[in-house]
Design a protein around this ligand. Structure first.
Ligand SMILES: [Zn+2]
Length: 345
């Protein structure tokens, strides 16, 4: 019945496109799992920081997932770092849909969000037997490699690889041709750039429309470079609701389907494998949710002009989840607003 309602909502053409895209794509595999974390179960396997969200982060993300207004995040003169205001966007929901996908206005927080996936997927790939490698020399594409790649492109001139860089390399110990070059990405399905076509909102093409677009973009950008160095490119793309893209779902399913079959054959049940898969989805969802709130923290308000919300460190290695938590704990935007108003600024 719920599925029927969901599908009816996606076909309700009275709803704006971005709302339908959101409804369609928050049904992606693993989306919304941050809401399902049961502390009693999760804390047996992970530390609090890995799986539990602060109240305001939880609230932000429930509102993002349900498409609510996030009104408590709007104050006097609130704008995105790029200058976009809620008035320019039409309504507050569209404003937040802009923020969550704005790479230029959020002081690197969009980049930090996908870096938070690093500690989630490292243990997963290590369990699969890969050696996880984040050394700079492994992640960068050298000028020489780039020249070779460009030579294969008709009329291509050797180019400076510039800032092109992977996020991790998962080395296959048995066969280096199976080594995975990994690139993380987190996309906001209801961002304007993803909602330009009806496909973003249609049941048949969703719920992985936005993640698929991002995967295709990554393939275009990197696949030849990875192939020349003898590796396979794996774009790990999640959406802002925690939904997994097709490429990573394929690997997750393959691993856990085998585990379930093995468990079923030996014990007659498959609960352990199912619980492990659920915990992976929950941890990833929690990481994305934290990243979403960190992005909302970069919003500018009349009283914050001058950059009080500017992020200090841009080095992703220094931005572990703990740092985010420490930063978020200091003041909430509402606290600051209250102080400013009471002082009559
Ligand atoms: Zn912006």
């Amino acid at each position: 019945m719920l599925e029927q309602q969901h599908s009816n909502l996606c076909k309700d053409f009275d709803l704006p496109k971005h709302s339908r895209a959101q409804i369609a794509q928050d049904a992606a595999k693993a989306a919304g799992r941050f809401m399902m974390v049961l502390p009693g179960t999760a804390l047996r396997y992970f530390s609090r920081d890995e799986v539990l969200l602060q109240d305001h982060v939880w609230q932000d993300n429930v509102e993002i997932r349900l498409g609510c207004g996030l009104a408590r995040r709007l104050h006097e003169g609130t704008t995105c770092g790029c200058g976009m205001s809620p008035d320019q966007c039409g309504n507050s929901q569209q404003f937040f849909d802009h923020i969550l996908g704005c790479a230029s206005g959020t002081n690197g927080a969009v980049y930090d969000r996908h870096q938070l996936l690093q500690p989630v997927f490292k243990p997963f790939f290590e369990k699969l037997g890969y050696k996880w490698d984040v050394a700079d020399s492994s992640l960068q594409f050298s000028v020489a490699l780039h020249s070779v790649a460009m030579a294969h492109v008709e009329g291509g001139e050797p180019q400076d690889p510039g800032k092109k860089k992977l996020d991790a390399v998962a080395h296959c110990r048995e066969d280096s041709r199976k080594t995975l070059d990994i690139d993380f990405s987190c996309v906001h399905a209801a961002s304007k750039s993803y909602c330009v076509t009806e496909k973003a909102c249609s049941v048949a093409d969703s719920p992985t429309f936005a993640t698929r677009q991002a995967e295709e973009g990554k393939l275009k950008k990197y696949v030849h470079l990875c192939a020349i160095r003898g590796h396979i490119l794996l774009p790990i793309v999640l959406n802002t609701y925690g939904g997994f893209g097709d490429e990573i779902v394929k690997i997750v399913n393959k691993h856990f389907d085998a585990k379930r079959a093995e468990e079923k054959a030996t014990t007659g049940q498959e609960w352990v494998a199912l619980a492990e898969r659920e915990l992976l989805f929950q941890r990833a969802g929690v990481a994305v949710a934290r990243g979403n709130s960190a992005i909302l923290d970069t919003l500018r308000h009349t009283w914050s002009k001058g950059g009080t919300n500017r992020r200090q460190a841009k080095d992703p290695n220094k931005l572990a989840a703990d740092d985010f938590l420490a930063g978020l704990d200091l003041f909430s935007a509402a606290d600051v607003a209250q102080v400013v108003r009471s002082k009559g600024f």
